[in-house]
Design a protein around this ligand. Structure first.
Ligand SMILES: [Zn+2]
Length: 250
């Protein structure tokens, strides 16, 4: 459910399996750790969710396992309620979108691809193939990213057939052709007019909802690998988006 609606924070689902301290469901809004984005927390069947992992079985089927504290666990077939810890999730959505804006800006300005990244709520790092980093880079990139955030660019999620996605010129730089052939449909997250990539993460609706960013550190991680660390700071729209996700009236 998190793939089609990032703003869904309360849901019901049926238990499909249980094991010691963990529950699997027929559907879930809990984001499992992956793609650099950490898992959600929250409550499920009245129990505290402390970890969420997607497990793929050898034959290819997958399940999202919710690690819970306490018990007793619900039974298989039971209908249960889930509630996402929204403060954490919304912070991660803002952070994840900020990283895509950073990728788009660095590509547009310097034509340099990203090599990796990771995030926690409101703080992140991303590595780029710079060699060396241009003079005044930290301040310049901060200004460029904040200008893009202020433009209030909408963010869309689409599910494209693999054939369509691998021939999309905007997706080629993010190595969409590396996605296994067994994947028939590719989820594409687009920051309209700035960045488009195959992605499984959760994002805010518009760049203005991120707030602003601050570059906190630049690190040299070796030849052709430079690390940008940033933090996300509140803006007008980010607070409004967190409390109910209302669209701005101005
Ligand atoms: Zn992403």
């Amino acid at each position: 459910m998190y793939l089609s609606d990032a703003y869904l924070r309360h849901f019901t689902a049926r238990v499909t399996a249980t094991r010691e301290g963990a529950i699997a469901l027929d559907r879930t809004a809990f984001y499992p750790t992956g793609g650099g984005q950490p898992h959600d927390t929250g409550s499920l069947a009245g129990l505290r969710v402390t970890d969420v992992r997607k497990e793929v079985a050898p034959e290819g089927s997958s399940a999202v396992w919710h690690t819970v504290e306490g018990g007793p666990l619900p039974g298989v077939g039971d209908e249960v309620e889930g509630e996402i810890d929204w403060e954490r999730r919304h912070a991660l959505m803002r952070t994840h979108t900020a990283l895509h804006v950073l990728c788009g800006v660095i590509w547009n300005e310097w034509r340099v691809p990203v090599t990796g990244g990771n995030m926690e709520p409101l703080a992140a790092r991303m590595d780029f193939e710079f060699d060396p980093v241009p003079d005044g880079f930290g301040q310049k990139v901060e200004e460029l990213v904040n200008a893009e955030l202020a433009l209030d660019r909408p963010i869309t999620v689409q599910f494209l057939p693999r054939d369509t996605a691998v021939h999309d010129a905007d997706l080629i730089r993010t190595k969409v052709n590396m996605i296994p052939e067994s994947v028939s449909e590719i989820r594409v997250v687009e920051i309209v007019g700035l960045d488009k990539q195959a992605d499984g993460g959760t994002h805010v609706r518009s760049t203005a909802h991120v707030g602003r960013i601050r570059v906190t550190k630049l690190e040299n991680k070796g030849k052709g690998n430079k690390r940008v660390r940033l933090e996300i700071v509140d803006g007008e729209s980010s607070a409004a988006d967190a409390t109910g996700g209302q669209e701005e009236t101005s």
